[in-house]
Design a protein. Structure first.
Length: 314
């Protein structure tokens, strides 16, 4: 089977003609979906509580504490509410193995449980769980910020970004929205030139400028943050939102970037996992090349479609 799979992945076989190439294309698609299905089932399907791993327990704990937090933000909050949330929070927080859950999640869950009791018992909304929104608008004109970013394909390889600044940018990207605040996005950051070159060799969209890339982020989504068939695409959505926020955070610091798609098959993904050390339970969303633009760098004009081609007003 592996020989057939490799042949399907790598073969071009132009002599097959239209019918043969159509069949080959369908075989490739079937292979990709089969591998994705198996991976999702292994990491994301419902698991009995006694058999859950820490990541799955963290996923469920986050789901229930977020149910409480968001309910307290509604215009009209029911009282009482949250019986299922309370029962599940109590159950998970008392289970053996909960100490392996991220302490931020455990603290948030405990805070939500206290906030639920405070509301149901006294009708008081906890500022600790659901604080008021700051009505102050962000500084600076938004249009100028958005209209001044373009993809850069000519970086200054000698001008490096401080690692602490990269950490601060990732922290800003963590403000990206995610389903039930599960925060499944992950970043693998490379700054060593040899490591970057090895990763970019597996990606097909950096030819002509990859040698100038001094910093590379690989955005992934932890499949274990999701469950059931209805969430099978959520990692790609949350991971893409995170990637976009990461790029805007770079732009806010006058750091140039270029999104590099990961439209690759499972064979290339396996090689990337082995090269970088990406766990099997993380789906690769995209790569982001970033750094300071070289002097006199140019951008593609990249005209946008007419607004009415994008916007449908109902």
């Amino acid at each position: 089977m592996s020989r057939v799979s490799n042949w399907v992945q790598n073969s071009q076989v132009p002599v097959l003609g239209t019918v043969g190439r159509s069949l080959l294309s369908r075989l490739r698609i079937y292979r990709e979906y089969t591998v994705d299905r198996r991976a999702y089932v292994r990491s994301s399907s419902w698991t009995a509580p006694r058999r859950q791993l820490a990541a799955q327990r963290q996923r469920d704990l986050t789901f229930w504490y977020h149910q409480v937090e968001k309910a307290l933000t509604f215009p009209e909050v029911r009282r009482p509410f949250g019986a299922a949330a309370e029962a599940n929070l109590n159950r998970i927080l008392s289970e053996a193995g909960v100490e392996d859950v991220d302490p931020v999640v455990r603290e948030s869950a405990s805070r939500a449980r206290e906030a639920l009791a405070l509301w149901n018992d006294r009708g008081v909304i906890s500022e600790a769980a659901s604080p008021l929104i700051d009505p102050t608008a962000p500084p600076g004109p938004a249009a100028e910020f958005f209209l001044t970013r373009s993809s850069c394909r000519n970086f200054d390889p000698n001008k490096k970004i401080d690692r602490q600044e990269v950490r601060a940018i990732v922290a800003l990207a963590q403000r990206s929205p995610s389903v039930c605040n599960r925060q499944g996005a992950r970043v693998h950051y490379l700054s060593d030139r040899a490591d970057i070159a090895a990763a970019l060799a597996l990606q097909s969209g950096n030819r002509g400028f990859g040698q100038t890339v001094s910093h590379l982020a690989i955005v992934t989504a932890d499949r274990r943050a999701f469950s059931e068939s209805t969430e099978r695409n959520q990692g790609w959505i949350d991971g893409a939102l995170f990637a976009m926020t990461f790029v805007w955070a770079l732009h806010a610091q006058a750091i140039a970037s270029c999104m590099l798609n990961w439209s690759m098959g499972v064979t290339a993904t396996r090689k990337l996992r082995a090269t970088v050390g990406i766990p099997e339970h993380e789906d690769v969303i995209c790569m982001i090349a970033f750094g300071y633009a070289a002097p006199n760098s140019r951008r593609a004009r990249s005209e946008r479609l007419d607004l009415d081609a994008v916007l449908t007003e109902h």
